[in-house]
Ligand binder design. Structure first.
Ligand code: BTN
Length: 306
């Protein structure tokens, strides 16, 4: 299944009508100023997306049930934030790869066959998790990109406040000390001010593989669905993204408040080098400040262990 929802998608308007109660094809057609065939086609698209819609004599179309998640359900929050298209796949290799193809879209998948994590790792992407990528037109300079990564972490962490989520540098979100979300920001092209794809993977109800159970968790116990989480994350993300780069200081303070890392003794691997020390701060440029036996190290990216 692949669904693409655009701002002017008749299916979106038809769905809104159906949610108010049974309605005839003719009534919808008149209200929306489209043909009855267009209404029928929209209904077929909605069925493909998992909506159960009955056509009943003398009653009209009846929305019997809605899927747990669909691009139509989350289109409003995307369009309200300037997104042009919402793509929803039942299965795809990687939403980040797809999102690189076009600026201003959101790509969501129910599962990924080649989900990618940071440092070339694999990202387990079984059904039940929330896997999506936002492709952003150029807005920030290269040197501001560490801020975007940290900002994304804040957006997710605030969305998961019901689970008392915390941030592990550089951008893991933890619940109960275990990783529940990872963020992979990738630059598209080589411009001074590049387009960026922000990929977010959140373990919602997907099972955690045995070999990862000590370090990873999901949100199953909280009974919150993908739709609600997606809307919160995307709403938060764009509210914060619009503040960049000018109001970075506000976001930096928020990152520090939500941090699980600051104050801890950590080890950070950057390529072949291993730094050890106390994580003391995130500086104005988005670097982690490490006090390594009195020597101050500024680290922009790496793998953090504690
Ligand atoms: C990490 O290593 O912590 C980052 C994980 C990022 C996973 C997300 S899932 C959606 C998007 N598509 C991918 O292939 N990766 C990111």
């Amino acid at each position: 299944m692949k669904i693409v929802v655009r701002r002017d998608d008749a299916a979106l308007a038809v769905l809104k009508s159906l949610k108010k109660g049974p309605v005839s094809g003719e009534e919808i057609a008149t209200k929306l100023g489209v043909s009855r065939t267009a209404v029928w086609k929209a209904v077929e698209k909605l069925k493909k997306a998992g909506y159960v819609i009955d056509a009943r004599k003398r009653v009209g179309y009846v929305l019997v049930s809605s899927p747990e998640f669909s691009a139509y359900e989350v289109a409003d929050v995307c369009f309200a934030n300037g997104i042009l298209e919402v793509h929803h796949y039942s299965s795809i290799d990687s939403t980040n790869e797809k999102a690189k193809e076009k600026q201003g879209i959101v790509v969501i998948a129910d599962r990924q066959t080649a989900g990618r994590g940071r440092r070339g790792r694999r990202w387990y992407s079984e059904e039940g998790g929330l896997y999506f990528s936002i492709s952003l037109p150029p807005h920030l300079n290269m040197e501001d990109l560490p801020k975007l990564t940290l900002t994304t972490g804040v957006a997710v962490c605030e969305a998961l406040s019901f689970a008392n989520a915390k941030l592990k540098w550089p951008n893991d979100v933890l619940v109960g000390g275990k990783k529940v979300c990872g963020v992979l920001c990738e630059v598209v092209g080589e411009a001074e001010s590049p387009a960026v794809v922000v990929g977010i993977g959140i373990n919602v109800t997907n099972p955690i593989p045995d070999e990862l159970k000590d370090i990873a968790t999901n949100l199953l116990e909280f009974g919150v669905g993908r739709k609600e989480i997606f809307e919160k994350v995307v709403g938060n993300f764009f509210r914060l993204y619009r503040k960049l780069p000018s109001d970075w200081e506000e976001i930096r303070q928020r990152w520090k408040e939500l941090s699980d890392t600051l104050g801890r003794i950590v080890e950070i691997r950057v390529a072949e080098r291993l730094y050890r020390g106390i994580a003391v701060d995130i500086d104005e440029s988005g670097a982690l400040i490490l006090d390594s036996n009195g020597k101050v190290e500024r680290i922009f990216s790496g793998e953090c262990f504690y």
